[in-house]
Design a protein around this ligand. Structure first.
Ligand code: BGC
Length: 381
């Protein structure tokens, strides 16, 4: 099996080299349209509205691959060679655009304008009340409607290690004020980092809180539960939430609770503990108050089975660790079956419902101000 895989990989390398010189060829099911500035561009299928979508495959010298699509500015694959040299795709997802159009779990999604929840799906800004869509109890979750991950993004820039997608979000989009152009750049570095950089300058005062909703399984997508994989979160506290996952405003120390991830521990170690937050979230689905400010390491995950470790870096104040509690038998890549807790999301963010809490930072961005934030997922073996 290992041999066959290596053959496939080296054939892939040859085709990759060829693709830089020529234009159209196909490899297995992947139709390569062109190689643009060293990046492989393949068809990702046609949407139900007849729109052609593309998959951009970035590759580094260490055998890592990150593939992203203009459909939803979605992170589709992160391939990492494991301790035995076998390549593992460590994010859940689908084979083509049809899967992403039908999927409701936000696999690899770019989420906006405001990721996570806004209580009662409304907010006030400059004396005016804005009504959003109540798509999660009475609240708005991940934009509420017309989700960014179901839209076609313009591919603005393609270079040998990065792709920039652009979305024109208009005044009133999802109920939010102000036109805003949102740019998301995915970069794969030679240091084995997948960097996600968001930049937006709204024309009017508005709210912005973008995140990436990738579901990580460092033993490989489709390998089953992540409960035995270890996680660390550099946070002394988390934001307590109510039964609808809206923060109460309390900042609760993690010390002595199952929310304490300051030392690496298996995700499953205390997930079934008799603790209010775990009952309400059906497992981990909470915002951690990240220690420190500026760009810093905020979390890590490790699989003993593959030897793969991931570190998470961000400049944002919060992060949702969501352990896939609501996945119900989802068919993904190559027919893989994903179930509850088969992955974990590390969604960096301003705290949920920050617009209603004076002591939570963000997410108001004033007209002409630059919203600029970067989250990096870095891999080691
Ligand atoms: C939320 C979960 C939700 C998941 C998928 C996470 O960000 O916190 O409650 O089920 O996204 O929508």
């Amino acid at each position: 099996m290992g041999m066959i895989f290596r053959k496939i990989v080296s054939r892939w390398d040859e085709l990759w080299e060829d693709s830089k010189k020529t234009c159209v060829w196909s490899f297995y099911n992947i139709k390569i349209k062109e190689a643009r500035n060293g990046i492989m561009v393949s068809s990702f299928g046609v949407t139900s509205k007849g729109v052609e979508t593309s998959l951009y495959t970035l590759k580094n010298q260490n055998g890592m691959v990150a593939a992203v699509s203009d459909f939803g500015a979605t992170l589709v694959q992160i391939q990492v060679p494991d301790k035995d040299g076998k390549v593992q795709d460590v994010v859940l997802g689908y084979d083509d655009v049809k899967g992403y159009e039908a999927g409701t779990l936000y696999f690899g999604a770019t989420v906006g304008r405001v990721a996570n929840r806004i209580g009662k799906a409304s907010f006030e800004l400059n004396g005016k009340t804005y009504q959003l869509t109540q798509n999660d109890n009475q609240n708005s979750l991940h934009g509420g409607r017309d989700y960014y991950n179901y839209r076609m993004w313009e591919t603005e820039e393609v270079d040998d290690n990065h792709v920039t997608f652009l979305l024109h979000s208009e005044d009133g989009d999802q109920g939010y004020p102000g036109n805003v152009d949102i740019r998301v750049t995915y970069t794969l570095t030679e240091e084995n980092e997948v960097k996600i950089h968001y930049v937006a300058v709204p024309e009017e005062d508005t709210l912005l809180n973008l995140t990436n909703h990738s579901y990580f399984n460092l033993s490989g997508n489709g390998s089953g539960t992540v409960l035995d994989q270890e996680v660390m979160i550099c946070a002394d506290a988390y934001t307590r939430a109510d039964a609808e996952s809206i923060p109460t405003g309390e900042i609760v120390p993690v010390e002595g609770t199952p929310m304490d991830f300051r030392q690496m521990k298996p995700i499953g170690k205390e997930i079934e503990a008799d603790y209010e937050a775990l009952h309400l979230g059906g497992g981990y689905d909470h915002n951690w108050v990240l220690n420190g400010i500026g760009t810093r390491k905020v979390a890590a995950m490790h699989s003993e089975a593959t030897g793969i470790t991931m570190e998470v870096y961000t400049d944002l104040p919060g992060m949702q660790l969501y352990t896939g509690n609501f996945i119900v038998r989802e068919t993904g890549k190559n027919g893989a079956i994903y179930e509850k807790r088969h992955a974990a999301c590390f969604e960096t963010q301003y705290f949920p419902d920050a617009v209603h809490k004076d002591h939570f930072q963000g997410p108001v961005v004033r007209a002409g101000e630059t919203y600029d934030t970067t989250t990096t997922y870095k891999f080691f073996v």
